[in-house]
Design a protein around this ligand. Structure first.
Ligand code: MN3
Length: 208
């Protein structure tokens, strides 16, 4: 089946005032749709047309060079945005509980330190990209990627990613990317991130 933009799990205005309705319309309906359309066009009539986006990203280097570039940007964009909608919630914010909360405290010392590391990654990302919390096979890690590069391309499991492309924040925050990053934590869906963490830990355990 060709890739599809998943419906938003909440209303377009549900993340206000932190993320405005017009941004959500443009971001979800136009930007994400464009990544899906271009990825589908690149995969149409190939042997990989029915593969999952995660699989396509994990075998990117096996594609012919012209398709590789298109898929890096657009399959990457599809995977990143599908995660992004899912890890935000109108009932977001607060603190992660359980194993994820413990793992964050063990590695970063506190939730505030984790937020600082992720925000720094976003502020210091020159141009467009993402700032991530991932499971790298041994535990949690924070880094940023350029453009639509996905942690899946380096065999990491993305748990939480913040889109720092201007299209994600410019209407409300203009050039104030740090303000957007600060505000973003009011909509983080920690239960969804914790579920991804549990899944990533389970995968590692199953493989050993
Ligand atoms: Mn985006």
């Amino acid at each position: 089946m060709a890739f599809e933009v998943p419906p938003l799990p909440y209303d377009y205005n549900a993340l206000e005032p932190h993320i405005d309705e017009e941004t959500m319309h443009l971001h979800h309906d136009k930007h994400h749709q464009a990544y899906v359309d271009k990825a589908n066009a690149a995969l149409a009539d190939t042997d990989w047309a029915h593969e999952s986006v995660e699989h396509v990203l994990s075998i990117l280097e096996t594609f012919p060079e012209d398709k590789q570039k298109v898929l890096r940007n657009n399959a990457g964009g599809h995977a990143n945005h599908s995660l992004f909608w899912e890890i935000m919630s109108p009932d977001g914010g607060g603190e992660p509980e359980g194993d994820l909360g413990d793992a964050i405290n063990d590695l970063f010392g506190s939730l505030d330190e984790l937020k600082k590391a992720i925000n720094d990654g976003g502020v210091n990302r020159f141009g467009s990209g993402w700032t991530w919390l991932v499971h790298d096979g041994t535990g949690l890690a924070v880094y940023s990627t350029a453009n639509q590069d996905s942690p899946i391309m380096q065999s990491d499991e993305p748990l939480l990613g913040i889109d720092v492309w201007e299209h994600a924040y410019y209407l409300s925050y203009q050039n104030r990317r740090p303000d957007y990053l600060e505000a973003w934590w009011n909509v983080v869906n920690w239960p969804a991130v914790a579920e991804r963490y549990a899944h990533a830990v389970g995968k590692v355990q199953a493989a050993t």
